[in-house]
Structure formats: C-alpha cells, structure tokens
Design a protein around this ligand. Structure first.
Ligand code: SME
Length: 163
C-alpha cells in the first residue's frame, strides 16, 4: 500500500478501528521484520487516535524491554509481574486501567499519564510482548479498545514467522 492512512477524523472510535484494521493488515502483510511492523503499527495508532504514548515492550528473559513506540521517552525495562505491563505479561490478558493512581504498582513513566490499556501479543499461547497505550485523560479506554487492539495484536502475531 502507499504509506498513507485514510481515517475520517470525525468518525467515532469503533469506526476508526474498523477503517484502520485493514490498513494495518496491508501495511505489514508483506513484511516479516518484527521491529519494522511494530514501528508502523505504533505510528498508525498514534496517527489515528492522537495518543499521548503508544508502543510495544518485547519479552526478553521473562521480562519486558522497550520496543518501537511513539511518544515521550519511557521506562526501558519492566519486570515480570510488575506494573500494568508486567501484570499483562503474567496474566496473559488485556488490562484496562481507568485511573492509573488506583492500580497498585503502576509504573509512572510519565506523570502526565492518567489512564492506560495494555494488550498482550500472544504467539502459540505465549506472550511475546505487550502493546501499551497511555492517555493524559482519565478513563480513555474501554471494551471497544480491548476488542480491536487484541485484533491488531493477533494480526501482528500471525505475521511473526520465527520468534
Ligand atoms: N505504565 C506502565 C509502564 C510503561 S509506560 O506507561 C510507557 C506500567 O505500569 O507497566
């Protein structure tokens, strides 16, 4: 595809995801390099939803290491079970945090972050990384985000041939 996203700015959240997902598929379908694909997916999400921070952490020796992202600089390493990301890794599930101050053990990479969603990227039932999105507003994420971001993580996972 040409490197241009077509998203209607006035659409609601669900419609934006519905437009974005086929474009993400074509953006990564001919590329097997994981870092390149994570970089473009981060950019596509940031561009579509004008997010504060969006990016990936990848599993390395059971912990998480910062991978492609869009936004301010962030924590480089997160231990298994720590913070929202490490909890998503441990529990192998999506975590929606409406107010980061109410999540015990939340890791504040930025004091501006108020709500967050973390989605695991699963390959053969193992978590190989997580997608993390932070917002400067409270309660930015809901089940619509969870459903479509999980779909995006599955598309990424299917594209990984040798991990
Ligand atoms: N808040 C995350 C840390 C990563 S940054 O938000 C980019 C956490 O608690 O795991």
């Amino acid at each position: 595809m040409s490197e241009q996203l077509i998203i209607n700015r006035n659409d609601d959240k669900k419609s934006k995801y519905v437009s974005l997902i086929p474009q993400i598929k074509s953006l990564i379908e001919n590329e097997n390099n994981l870092i390149a694909n994570l970089a473009n997916v981060s950019a596509a999400l940031k561009q579509t939803f004008d997010l504060f921070w969006v990016g990936f952490y990848l599993v390395e020796n059971d912990n998480l290491v910062l991978a492609p992202f869009q936004g301010p600089i962030a924590c480089t390493r997160i231990k298994y079970g720590k913070g929202v990301c490490g909890t998503s890794l441990k529990e192998k599930k999506t975590i929606i945090v409406p107010n980061v101050e109410l999540f015990a053990g939340h890791i504040a990479c930025s004091s501006l972050s108020k709500s967050e969603i973390v989605v695991p990227v699963l390959k053969n039932s193992n978590v190989i990384g997580v997608l993390d999105i932070d917002s400067t507003e409270l309660g930015s994420f809901n089940e619509t985000d969870a459903k479509y971001l999980e779909e995006i993580c599955n598309i990424i996972s299917e594209q990984i041939k040798n991990f």
